[in-house]
Ligand binder design. Structure first.
Ligand code: UN1
Length: 476
């Protein structure tokens, strides 16, 4: 059994859960300890004991630790990528790319630790000086989803440690393998005991205990809307900081003047890669009348030709769905789409592979309206709802007519339309001629409306969540 890591020690548990390969459900990667509320409490005590010294540790100590972690991740990217593909089901190139991103995130925050920000200025009162500094937010609870088993943990843990916080980290219990290795790497990076703690286990026990623990000062969560809303309520009741990254129903607008080949590529990537299991996926493709039919022909042709298979098979372009529950949800939405009158042009079926896995073919729905459930609700699978728009203005209005606001894309060769879309798309991230999914690690990540709550993740902006501001006055 792979144990949890609490207070600088590896701790076995009474319960454990298997980590199963979605490409081959007979392949059990390992058993992982399943923690509970008592273990969360132990982790919080350890973190609290470590906090004041860690919060006062110098930039060099933090930069060195983060650099060691980033270097080991990058050196082991092929091995960790293989594990990630095996446990989550994204293809090997995607998985190795994700591990590389995680390594780069630690390197970025290693540098960031050496760039503390502060302001010094005269007071409005003569003879008084004002300093504005940032201090660590405290003991932070980090809760990660299953679709990015190492990059999302990295983009929460690295800034937390960089800014002097102590961490209680709960990975998704569906994919604990990459997080376990990450914890092992972190455990050897020279951090004092208690600064970083790993508690694997179900959300109902571990997540719940974290959210309600009086010793946790801030919660950063990525996952479903319903869990996010519960976490927000609990956090606000305790008046602790909360940062939520939830769903998306991201529009990709394709206008008449777009380059057809580029638009098809952007749509295929955004809708189907990583098996559509990204909150940034383009699940609504809104196409203006002049290019609609030509686009549909090429898009459907390309979608049909995508090779679905074992995540670690070199020929595979689309890996399996990550779990049976997610596969069932995809199939349910295919039925919903058909019953709403959308036309299924291809895919949407469970298929068998060489091994027993959760294989599902990329689906293209045509003749959708923006008000259908398949155009409004996040499916989290490789399912694209294509909606016809009369012109750009109608496309923009539909793009914004959604409860979500994470990422929004446009394919156009017009500077005027690209500029207008960047200004008027109601989303945290806007993409012109690049897929809605696949973001950089050094710039802010986050959305608006029902997608996100709280300050942005990643890059310099991560400091807003992981620090608290202090204003000091000194009489001279
Ligand atoms: C990306 O598109 O590169 O859960 C990242 C998600 C997002 C991350 C997307 N929080 O899909």
């Amino acid at each position: 059994m792979r144990p949890n890591y609490v207070g600088g020690a590896w701790v076995a548990a009474q319960q454990s859960a298997p980590n199963i390969n979605p490409s081959d459900i007979k392949d059990v990667i390992d058993e992982y300890a399943s923690g509970d509320a008592a273990l969360v409490d132990q982790a919080v005590q350890a973190a609290r004991a470590a906090f004041s010294a860690w919060a006062r540790s110098g930039p060099q100590v933090r930069a060195d630790a983060l650099d060691i972690i980033g270097s080991e991740i990058l050196a082991r990217r092929a091995e960790l990528g293989d594990l990630l593909a095996r446990e989550e089901g994204k293809t090997l190139p995607e998985a190795i790319g994700e591990v590389t991103r995680a390594g780069h995130i630690f390197k970025f925050f290693s540098g960031e630790a050496l760039r503390p920000h502060g302001e010094l200025m005269p007071s409005v009162r003569p003879g008084v000086q004002v300093e504005i500094t940032r201090e660590a937010a405290g003991v932070v609870g980090l809760i990660a989803p299953w679709n990015f088993p190492i990059a999302i943990p990295a983009w929460k843990i690295a800034p937390a440690l960089c800014h002097g916080n102590c961490v209680i980290f709960k990975p998704a219990d569906l994919v604990p393998g990459s997080s376990w290795v990450l914890a092992d790497i972190i455990s050897r990076a020279g951090l004092p005991d208690g600064v970083f703690n790993l508690v694997i286990g179900p959300g109902s026990l571990v997540g719940n205990a974290m959210v309600n623990h009086p010793g946790i000062d801030a919660i950063s969560f990525t996952g479903s809307v319903s869990t996010g809303e519960r976490i927000a309520r609990a956090a606000i009741e305790r008046r602790v900081k909360v940062q939520l990254e939830m769903g998306g129903k991201n529009p990709l607008v394709i206008v008449d003047d777009a380059s057809l080949e580029q638009a098809v590529e952007v749509a295929i990537q955004g809708s189907f890669y990583s098996t559509g299991q990204r909150c940034t996926a383009s699940s609504r493709v809104i196409v203006t009348a002049g290019i609609h039919d030509a686009f549909m022909r090429r898009f459907t042709e390309r979608a049909k030709a995508l090779v679905v298979g074992d995540a670690r098979d070199k020929a595979t372009q689309i890996g399996p769905v990550a779990s049976e529950a997610q596969l069932d949800q995809n199939l349910r939405y295919i039925e919903i789409g058909k019953s709403e009158g959308a036309k299924l042009l291809c895919g949407g079926e469970r298929i068998s592979g060489k091994t027993d896995g959760y294989y599902f073919t990329p689906a293209v729905f045509a003749e959708c309206s923006n008000s259908m459930r398949i155009s409004q609700e996040e499916i989290f699978g490789p399912v694209a709802s294509v909606i016809r728009a009369a012109n750009y203005d109608e496309a923009l209005a539909m793009a914004n007519d959604t409860p979500f606001g994470l990422s929004a894309g446009i394919c156009t060769t017009s500077l005027k339309l690209a500029t207008d879309f960047k200004r008027n798309a109601q989303a945290g991230m806007v993409m012109v001629n690049v897929p809605t999914a696949g973001v950089d690690y050094h710039v802010p990540f986050g959305g608006r409306k029902g997608s996100s709550y709280g300050t942005r993740e990643q890059g310099r902006y991560a400091a807003e969540f992981f620090t608290t501001v202090k204003t000091a006055y000194t009489g001279l």
